[in-house]
Design a protein around this ligand. Structure first.
Ligand code: SAH
Length: 357
C-alpha cells in the first residue's frame, strides 16, 4: 500500500496516472486525485466524489492517505490555536495556528522531541524521540485544512518541535509540497525554516532554487556564552554559522531569546548588531517563554525595548516579537509536556510567538 502523502505532488501524479492506465482507466483520472491530497484535501478516497466509484474503490485497495489523530486543541483569547496530534506509533506532536490580520501562520513540528538540548527549550528537555516522515510534517497543514471550518495556512514557520535541518530528508520534500501549486501553493517567501545553525542543512536549503526563508537561532553573540545555552555550538561554532548565513543569498533572520541577566547587556547588543551587519540579517528579539526555561528569567519588556533601540542605532533592522497564545500552553513543547505528564492540558501563563517578519 503506497502512501501518497509521502510523495511530492508531481511524483504522486505520475504514479496515479500510470496506475489509472494500468487498471484500464484514462490517465487524467489519476491527475484528478492530486488536488484532493493537499490543495482541496479530503480525508479518504471515498470522499473524492468527482471520481467514478469503481476507481475510488480501486484506489483504496492500493494506496493509503494516513491521518494524524487530533488529540486535543486549545484556543487563546487572541485567536491563536494549538493542536496536539498523535501519530500511528503513539508519539505526539504540536502545531500552532496564529492569525494576524490577513495572515494565518502555522508553526509546525519536524521531529518528535529534539536532540539539541538548548537550555531554555521545553522540547529539548524531552530528548530526541524520532524524525517525522513527510506525511507527518505536511500532514499537520493538511489536517487543519480538513477541519470544519477549515484552517488554511498563508505562512509556515518550522518553529514547532524539532530541528528541521536534522531531518532534511523529509523536510526537503515537505518544502516542495508546501510551495508547489499542486500542493498547498504557499509562496516560498512565506515559508521559514528555523535552525540552530545546522550547517549541512543550511547548505542544502541554499541549493534550493525557491526563495525559502532562513531563520537562525543565535541567542548569544559569543562562542563562550552560546556554548552554555546551546550545546550544538561545539559542533558548529558561531563564526561558521555566521559565515554560512552571509553566503546565504536570501533574507536571513536572527532569532534571539532574551534571557534576563544572561544575554541582554549593552555589549551583547553591540556584538549582536555587528554579527547581523556581517550577514545583512534582520534581528527578531523573542521574549522568553518561562515554560521550558529552567532557571532563566525573562528580560523585562522595557529592557528589551532598550536593547532593540541600541541595535537599531547601529544600523540593523530589529523587531520585538509580540507574544501570542499567552493563556494557553503555546510554547515549544509545552502542550505535549503538559498532556503527557498531567494527563490533561491546563491553562498556563506561557506564551509562544511565531510571526516571523
Ligand atoms: N530547532 C529550530 C526550530 C525549533 S525552535 C531552532 O532552534 O531554530 C523555534 C524557536 O523557538 C527557536 O528560536 C528556539 O530557540 C525558540 N525557543 C525555544 N524555547 C523557547 C522559549 N522557552 N522561549 C522563547 N523561545 C524559545
Amino acid at each position: 500500500m503506497l502512501n501518497l502523502l509521502d510523495l511530492a505532488p508531481a511524483d504522486a501524479e505520475k504514479v496515479l496516472r500510470e496506475f489509472a492506465v494500468a487498471h484500464g482507466h484514462q490517465a487524467y483520472r489519476g491527475s484528478q486525485v492530486v488536488p484532493h491530497l493537499w490543495t482541496r484535501p479530503v480525508g479518504s478516497f471515498a470522499e473524492m466524489t468527482d471520481l467514478p466509484a469503481a476507481f475510488r474503490e480501486l484506489l483504496a485497495r492500493h494506496f493509503v492517505l494516513p491521518r494524524l489523530e487530533l488529540v486535543t486543541q486549545q484556543a487563546s483569547t487572541d485567536g491563536t490555536r494549538k493542536f496536539l496530534f498523535r501519530m500511528a506509533d503513539g508519539q505526539a506532536i504540536e502545531t500552532v495556528a496564529i492569525p494576524d490580520d490577513d495572515r494565518m501562520t502555522f508553526c509546525i513540528s519536524s521531529q518528535a522531541g529534539c536532540a539539541l538540548q538548548c537550555a531554555f527549550c521545553a522540547t529539548g528537555a524531552m530528548g530526541f524521540l524520532r524524525n517525522l516522515d513527510v506525511h507527518e510534517i505536511a500532514g499537520q497543514v493538511r489536517e487543519l485544512a480538513l477541519l470544519d471550518p477549515p484552517v488554511k495556512a498563508t505562512n509556515i514557520v518550522f518553529m514547532g518541535m524539532g530541528e528541521p535541518l536534522m531531518n532534511w530528508k523529509a523536510v526537503e520534500h515537505v518544502l516542495t509540497i508546501l510551495n508547489d501549486p499542486k500542493g498547498f501553493g504557499i509562496g516560498a517567501r512565506h515559508i521559514t525554516v528555523s535552525t540552530v545553525g545546522w550547517l549541512p542543512g543550511i547548505e542544502a536549503l541554499a541549493r534550493r532554487k525557491e526563495q525559502f526563508r532562513l531563520a537562525l537561532s543565535i541567542h548569544a553573540p559569543t562562542d563562550a556564552l552560546r556554548q552554555t545555552l546551546m550545546p550544538v555550538n561545539t559542533k558548529f561554532p558561531l563564526a561558521d554559522v555566521i559565515h554560512a548565513a552571509a553566503r546565504f543569498d536570501r533574507r536571513v533572520t536572527f532569532e534571539y531569546v532574551m534571557l534576563g541577566g544572561v544575554n541582554d547587556r549593552n555589549e551583547h547588543a553591540d556584538q549582536l548588531a555587528q554579527l547581523a551587519r556581517e550577514c545583512k540579517a534582520f534581528v527578531n528579539l523573542i521574549p522568553l517563554h518561562p515554560g521550558g526555561a529552567m532557571g532563566f528569567t525573562p528580560t523585562p519588556p522595557e529592557a528589551i525595548a532598550k536593547f532593540a533601540r541600541r541595535i537599531r542605532t547601529l544600523g540593523v533592522e530589529v523587531a520585538i516579537r509580540k507574544s501570542r497564545g499567552m493563556d494557553i500552553a503555546a510554547a515549544c513543547g509545552q502542550l505535549r509536556v503538559e498532556r503527557l505528564r498531567r494527563g490533561a492540558p491546563a491553562g498556563t501563563q506561557h506564551d509562544r510567538q511565531v510571526d516571523v517578519a
